[in-house]
Design a binder for this molecule. Structure first.
Ligand code: ATP
Length: 228
């Protein structure tokens, strides 16, 4: 959707529907991209920002530079409607916190926009360790997507954070600009992880069909993730 279309959408008094899917994307794979596309369809989004994190606070330093990972993300997204490869966190100094990015997006799209933060279930399990998890709900909804291999009950601290906010339908979520929680099971669940992709590349094994061909081509052209 172009800026003009978004403006038209707000003229029709339809609040815009925006989501952020943050990640290390080390490298981006079809688990990320297919999930982003299906979330976008399921929530009826105008735009989904795939935001590359330069230095994720809760994990070790990625081996591939942020700019290289972002170039792969951009190649992976290509011209897919509604998906945006977003490098705003790369331009920011210091560690990348999702709440800061959500605050920026809220500023850009305005108070009535429906803003969703989308995360996979593995990331959700660490939500209580995030910086200002409560503030997240002042800025956005939280949408958690199921991920194969990460099925387990929510523990108490998580339940306290999301229990009261939980809704069962997209309509209930989109009735407010922020503050609600939805658990989504998408049509396609893909058990691909970046860890597995890196390990295969390191061992000289094939990664065909785990990531878009354009991403695979760039990885080999630049000699990324392969042991030298
Ligand atoms: P790693 O294996 O290096 O930890 P990853 O594959 O989990 O990486 P991230 O960049 O850490 O990739 O993930 C970004 C976001 O996408 C997270 O919220 C994660 O839960 C989600 N995600 C990653 N892979 C999948 C998948 N196959 N299905 C659904 N969600 C996914």
């Amino acid at each position: 959707m172009s800026g003009v279309d978004l403006a038209a959408s707000s003229l029709n008094k339809q609040p815009v529907k925006i989501a952020m899917l943050g990640g290390t994307f080390d490298p981006v794979h079809l688990g990320h991209l297919r999930s982003a596309l299906e979330v976008s369809e399921a929530l009826g989004l105008d735009r989904l920002h795939m935001v590359a994190a330069p230095r994720p606070p809760l994990r070790g330093e990625p081996t591939v530079a942020p700019e290289e990972r972002f170039a792969l993300l951009k190649a992976g997204v290509g011209d897919t409607p509604h998906l945006i490869a977003d490098d705003r966190e790369l331009k920011r100094a210091g560690p990348s916190y999702s709440v800061d990015t959500l605050a920026e997006l809220r500023n850009e799209y305005g108070p009535s926009a429906r803003l969703c933060m989308v995360i996979g279930f593995d990331t959700f399990l660490r939500l209580a360790e995030w910086r200002e998890p409560e503030r997240l709900f002042e800025l956005a909804h939280l949408v958690v997507i199921a991920r194969p291999g990460f099925e387990q009950p929510r523990y108490k601290a998580l339940e306290e954070l999301v229990g009261q906010r939980e809704v069962d339908t997209v309509a209930e979520l989109m009735a407010a600009p922020a503050g609600r929680f939805l658990s989504l099971s998408l049509d396609t669940r893909i058990a691909i992880s970046a860890t597995e992709v890196r390990a295969r590349l390191g061992e000289g094994k094939s990664v065909r069909y785990l990531l878009p061909e354009a991403v695979e081509a760039q990885i080999f052209a630049r000699g990324l993730y392969q042991s030298r």
